[in-house]
Ligand binder design. Structure first.
Ligand code: UDP
Length: 330
């Protein structure tokens, strides 16, 4: 049965009220009694097979999954009882990531090693279709997180650590989450100081805070490419099942930033909403992306076209050779 078709968990199993902690070593994990919808045998990887194909797009290997398929995949990972070193992690490439990645080898490595790469943004989905590497739909990180919470709220329970966003924002997000998803417990939050990524002691501190809580999921909202680089560097030491690199999602959960109206999201105009909300930070970035991204798509299109011309020529030569041989035999 697909996860999305599963019946709700028995409400008598519901979790105790979670204690939100600043993830100090005394973190109140004791308060977390997980409910049990953890019969993983009941969960198949719903809309998409576990072998959903990878699409080769602009130097990224994107998983051709729907939102439902992505949530099912995460569900299975979170319920995977096998002991693993560190955690799996998810990245969600948008136009800006695709542009950044071209000149950033560390980001390329972070993408190459990611356990799930999901197309965030209509232009990425459109490019995938144009380049005959189709992904079924947009799976934005900021939508994946609420979809995951919906699934666990209905069918189980989830322990979450919120890493990132400005001081105090994650606490507000945690309060909002508790209202909306009572079975999703925020068991730790932390907003690292500026420049933390260059400070090994601070990085160790973050890992210790996470380890003290042992969350199922770390929602990482540190902005790109910082979040991808940090998670890539440390994922083998992150004591959680999954880390989701999802940009401003904690801000959205807190209501600190507003997502674009639904019609803008559906018509591929969310970028415009974000740009007008933060023009100082984003105009220059989006202008560069608008210039570079079509060139990247064109470059791959031309390269693919060249390859198929060469292949056609090879096939023609083989056919010609075969015909000559047949004629010779006669
Ligand atoms: N952020 C953070 N620490 C940093 C840099 C950024 O917590 O050192 C947070 C910031 O407060 C915001 C998010 O990262 O919540 C930025 O997300 P967004 O997707 O807007 O960033 P982008 O990927 O577009 O740069």
């Amino acid at each position: 049965m697909s996860l999305t078709n599963m019946p709700p968990a028995d409400s008598s199993n519901s979790v105790a009220q979670p204690a939100i902690v600043q993830a100090s070593s005394s973190s109140a994990v004791a308060n977390t009694t997980l409910t049990n919808a953890q019969n993983t045998s009941e969960v198949s990887v719903g809309g998409d097979s576990p072998q959903a194909p990878k699409r080769n797009l602009l130097g990224m290997e994107i998983d051709a999954l729907t939102m439902e398929g992505a949530v099912d995949r995460l569900w299975n990972w979170i319920h995977d009882s096998q002991e693993t070193q560190g955690c799996r992690y998810v990245v969600t490439p948008n136009v800006d990531h695709a542009v950044l990645l071209q000149e950033n080898e560390d980001l390329q490595a972070a993408y190459r090693d990611a356990h799930l790469v999901l197309a965030d943004g209509h232009p990425v989905v459109l490019a995938s279709k144009l380049l005959k590497q189709p992904v079924p739909e947009r799976v934005a990180g900021s939508e994946l997180v609420p979809s995951l919470f919906d699934a666990f709220n209905l069918h189980g329970a989830l322990k979450v650590f919120l890493l990132g966003a400005a001081e105090g924002v994650a606490e507000v997000a945690a309060k909002n989450m508790l209202q909306k998803w009572p079975n999703v417990q925020t068991i730790g939050v932390y907003s690292p100081p500026m420049g933390f990524e260059k400070d090994k002691v601070e990085c160790a501190n973050i890992l210790a805070r996470i380890a003290a809580c042992k969350p199922d999921v770390v929602v990482v909202g540190l902005g790109a490419p910082k979040q991808e680089l940090w998670v890539h560097r440390y994922h083998q030491l992150i004591d959680a099942k999954v880390a989701l690199c999802v940009g401003a999602t904690i801000d959205f959960l807190a209501g600190e930033k507003k997502r674009a109206p639904y019609w803008m999201q559906r018509t591929g105009l969310e970028w415009a909403h974000r740009m007008f909300s933060e023009p100082k930070r984003l105009v220059k970035r989006y202008a560069k992306d608008a210039w570079v991204f079509p060139q990247l798509v064109a470059r791959q299109w031309i390269a693919d076209a060249r390859i198929s011309v060469v292949q056609e020529q090879k096939e023609l030569m083989i056919q010609k050779d075969q015909k000559l041989q047949e004629d010779g035999v006669r």
